[in-house]
Design a protein around this ligand. Structure first.
Ligand SMILES: NC(=O)c1ccc[n+]([C@@H]2O[C@H](COP(=O)([O-])OP(=O)(O)OC[C@H]3O[C@@H](n4cnc5c(N)ncnc54)[C@H](O)[C@@H]3O)[C@@H](O)[C@H]2O)c1
Ligand SMILES: C[N+](C)(C)CCCC=O
Length: 508
């Protein structure tokens, strides 16, 4: 196994758009970066803001996946024997290192993903907060004592699952790796993580940070690759669980593969979430909420509220203000502090998003602003994948832009008249990840939250995601949860121990 020394993270401090080239191996197991065995299936990875090649993604084959999983298993044997307090100390140290290196990691994330530096910094903050949160939970994991007749008793033990696999999407590369590894590690598991082939750069930085924090070698491993490598992970007999973030079609395949080995699965899938704005809302907040619900990370957010239902009486004021503010969103170099929207993940994805907008116009929607490829003045950004943020009016529920996940900066606005009507329309989807409601009427807010078929309902806000709060879907948006206390149940199993204090009463 060829191993490289740790990459010094501070070298990312000087990264600006168009300057980063990643040459170091991007796999990590056995406590070090590992060079790929075979470079024949390598794929270029692009910097979205410039269209320049940032690095090569070289997929791991069967032998490498097996090495990574065995490395995880040997770490699991040590890690699972530590107390929660001991595990917490390593995790808190990892959180501290991430906090200290926030800007370097954020810059690498921006170069690879294309989102604005302002958002990337928040993502890194959420990552260390998640690790800190689960470090706090690790020492509290405990079982129950149950008294039985005659002095006998039973107790339960919350035990880890073993080697867990994490498979991530490209929109929150570092954060997803933290959301999966933190609860897994708190419960005593080890993890092999596969990032999206489009964003291979930052997960390995997290692996180095865990190593520096002192966790056993092999506790958090990174294998690079796409569908084939993902399949090898899901089928491996030493894997106990797969936690997946990505699209619905891939989620179905993951479930099928995991079913063959009766492995546990968490699926965090896509969405087409409704945001309902009643005429009695505080309009300024509702407008800000609609922008937050649609334009974070260039609209590439699973829980975005992309179907914005506005009560007919306030539609003119809502549209006027939302369009004015959408037009004012600074789109451009994602490394600049003033930028609020960067570049989409890839050229094909940008073309797909523009295709949805074209189709929306053909089906009768009216583009009130944006919806075009945007070429910033800076010559180095001329080949970047920028799209101007778009507001669509005259939308109907049967249009493709209203039914399908676009995963780009496109807000579809739909009028409604009554609460009953809007609830029926909002729930008329196979997705169920998130939802939102703006109203001053407390009773209505809770009634609507109760009746929306989604894993999250935001009242008078949207897309806030504190790590203490569970996150996950209803219907085809998936199952299982990330974040919050409940996620412990998805990374552990309960053993019951029954203790007899008297003699055995046998009927034989
Ligand atoms: N609910 C959430 O938390 C959440 C968060 C982010 C993104 N998403 C969803 O993810 C989608 C966009 O991300 P994407 O394009 O990376 O999704 P994707 O499904 O194409 O890929 C996700 C991951 O699965 C891997 N993969 C693909 N085929 C596989 C297979 N056959 N076996 C094993 N692994 C396989 C990919 O390499 C990648 O790592 C959107 O639908 C979005 O809504 C959901
Ligand atoms: C925007 N949030 C709330 C951070 C969620 C991001 C998770 C998925 O794309």
């Amino acid at each position: 196994m060829a191993q490289q020394p740790l990459l010094s993270l501070p070298e990312f401090q000087s990264v600006s758009t168009g300057t980063l080239l990643v040459k170091e191996p991007l796999n990590f197991w056995g406590g070090a970066r590992v060079k790929p065995k075979d470079t024949k299936n390598s794929e270029p990875v692009y910097e979205p803001a410039t269209g320049r090649v940032l690095c090569d993604m070289i997929p791991c084959g069967e032998e490498e996946v097996d090495e990574a999983i065995k490395s995880a298993h040997s770490a699991y044997l040590k890690w699972s024997k530590l107390s929660g307090m001991e595990r917490a100390r390593f995790m808190l140290e990892a959180a501290r290192i991430i906090r200290e290196r926030r800007d370097e990691i954020a810059r690498a994330e921006v170069a690879n993903n294309g989102k604005s530096i302002t958002e990337a910094q928040v993502d890194i903050d959420v990552a260390w907060q998640c690790i800190e949160y689960y470090a706090g939970i690790a020492p509290t994991l405990s079982g129950q004592h149950i008294q039985l007749p005659g002095g006998s008793f039973a107790y339960t033990r919350r035990e880890p699952l073993g080697v867990c696999v994490g498979i991530g999407a490209w929109n929150y590369p570092f954060q997803i790796a933290a959301w999966k590894s933190a609860p897994a590690m708190a419960c005593g598991n080890a993890m092999v993580f596969k990032p999206s082939p489009m964003t291979p750069v930052t997960a390995v930085m997290l692996a180095e940070i865990y190593k520096e924090a002192g966790v056993p070698d092999g506790l958090f491993n990174v294998v690079q690759g796409g569908a084939e490598t993902g399949g090898l992970l899901c089928h491996h007999p030493m894997v106990a669980k797969v936690s997946f973030t990505g699209s619905v079609p891939t989620g179905k395949k993951i479930m099928e593969m995991a079913a063959k080995g009766v492995k546990q699965v968490t699926l965090e899938l896509g969405g087409k979430s409704p945001l309902i704005i009643f005429k009695d809302c505080e309009l300024e907040n509702a407008i800000k909420g609609a922008l937050m619900a649609n334009f974070l990370t260039q609209g590439e957010v699973c829980c975005n509220g992309t179907r914005v239902f506005v009560q007919r009486e306030i539609m003119p004021q809502f549209l006027e203000e939302v369009v004015k503010r959408t037009k004012a969103i600074p789109v451009g170099d994602p490394m600049c502090e003033a930028t609020r929207m960067g570049a989409l993940i890839s050229k094909p994805h940008m073309e797909k998003v523009l295709g949805f907008i074209k189709q929306a116009k053909e089906q009768g929607a009216k583009v009130l602003c944006g919806g075009e490829q945007f070429v910033p003045n800076d010559p180095k950004l001329k080949d970047g994948y920028f799209v101007s943020p778009c507001v669509l009016d005259n939308c109907r529920d049967d249009m493709t832009c209203v039914k399908e996940e676009i995963f780009g900066p496109v807000m579809s606005v739909l009028p409604f008249d009554t609460e009953e009507e809007v609830l029926q329309r909002a729930n008329n989807t196979t997705f169920g990840l998130a939802s939102g409601v703006f109203t001053r009427d407390i009773a209505r807010a809770h009634r609507v939250a109760e009746n929306l078929q989604a894993g999250t309902c935001y009242i008078n806000n949207y897309n806030v995601g504190p790590v203490e709060v569970p996150f996950g879907g209803y219907k085809m948006s998936g199952f299982g949860r990330e974040n919050g206390q409940v996620t412990i149940e998805y990374y552990s199993q309960l053993k019951t121990v029954v203790v007899e204090m008297g003699d055995v009463e046998s009927i034989f």
